[in-house]
Design a binder for this molecule. Sequence first.
Ligand SMILES: *Cc1c(COP(=O)(O)O)cnc(C)c1O
Length: 252
Amino acid sequence: MSQAAVESLSLIARVDAVRASLARAAERAGRSPEDITLVAVSKVHPAELVRAALAAGLTEFGENRVQEAAEKKALLADEHTPEGRGARWHLIGNLQANKARRAVQTFDLVHTLDSAALASRLDRICAEEKRAELPVLVQVDLGGEATKSGVGEEGLMQVVDAVRASNHLRLAGLMTLPPFYEESELVRPFFRRLRGLRDELKAAGAFGADAGELSMGMSHDYEIAIEEGATIVRIGTSLFGARPARATGGAD
Ligand SMILES: *Cc1c(COP(=O)(O)O)cnc(C)c1O
């Protein structure tokens, strides 16, 4: 669908359209749509839009700035889907050490753990905040220079070991943000590689009884990611239209 066509639909129609194409991609891959979690990327958008998304039945929200997410979470603490489910918050942006405490207080799942140092800091803060468990995904940089966030493959085991040695972090899986290509088919090898890494870790028992989530795929490439095994897709633009410009630049 063209961007203009997407913008003209109501939120409910766009949620339906994304769920339908997600289900078709799952079926092409012989998978069940229920095995794929749709994270609605609400970064930059106002809390009112998240409120509308909850009313449309979405429960998982992705944010890339800790402070912005904490503010929306506070505003929406009493909001629910028609079925009575509250919002769950996913950190999908780079986490700076000085935001770690707020992140522990705010997020249900951190997708962007990328160093052993950050793992031990989060673990210590979980203890201080009396948070028994924080599920994390290790963000892997498979694109080298092009993406610059996440740990390179060569450093992955060190981060995994730090999580496994922690008392409060649970290694829930892997995440990647491949380089952007106009031709979305070019990202397929990155998704395939992340799945390969997940499979190796799983065979080594790194996820315990868990399956090992694969957080991969955004608006322009989530169907390919699902074909390659994504269990979590992070979709903003296809659900909410283009993001408004941020009022101020710089990091969170
Ligand atoms: C913004 C963002 C997304 C959503 O991108 P869309 O193209 O709007 O779907 C997904 N993942 C990450 C890590 C992001 O920062």
